[in-house]
Unconditional design. Structure first.
Length: 170
């Protein structure tokens, strides 16, 4: 159950007032919960100023709950967040979120994305642990198929293959 302070923070994050949003972001450092994450993500791309943008990125990169990747995946799948996709991926990497259950999602995203987005996916995949060798082998097969097509990120896909291979061998 959200406290009065958390409700106030959530309300302020839903305004268009940069001062209220900034104050709410500062309060999140003490009173934030995992339920606050989507509201913080929603601040990305709002053009509220460099100070707020930096604070949003810092908060997302400093998450203490490492099992919150589903909020990021939901945001990544939302077309309105296309402009902030790389920032979301960087936040996942910076926060060292646990993506192991979502490894196929990040491999798939790398295969259908531009070079820089695929690179961000690679950095995330590289830090993940492999929980299922068969799943990793299947993903390697999918990556090899994608490499055979003319793909702008062929080199990055190879890095992902090498990373997955090394995790299976270890």
């Amino acid at each position: 159950m959200a406290t009065k302070k958390q409700k106030e923070i959530h309300k302020d994050l839903q305004t268009d007032d940069p001062n209220k949003i900034y104050a709410a972001l500062m309060d999140l450092r003490v009173h934030g919960t995992r339920e606050s994450i989507p509201l913080v993500i929603d601040q990305l791309g709002k053009d509220l100023g460099d100070v707020i943008d930096k604070e949003v990125i810092d908060i997302l990169g400093d998450l203490k709950d490492k099992n919150t990747v589903e909020f990021f995946i939901e945001a990544l799948e939302n077309p309105k967040n296309a402009e902030v996709q790389k920032a979301l991926l960087q936040a996942i990497w910076n926060a060292d979120l646990k993506i192991e259950e979502h490894l196929p999602y990040f491999v798939s995203l790398a295969m259908k994305s531009d070079y820089l987005t695929a690179f961000e996916c690679f950095t995330i995949i590289e830090q993940a642990a492999i929980e299922d060798d068969m799943e990793a082998l299947n993903l390697i097969g999918d990556l090899r198929e994608a490499q055979m097509r003319e793909h702008e990120s062929k080199e990055i896909l190879e890095f992902i293959v090498q990373s997955l291979n090394s995790k299976i061998i270890d």
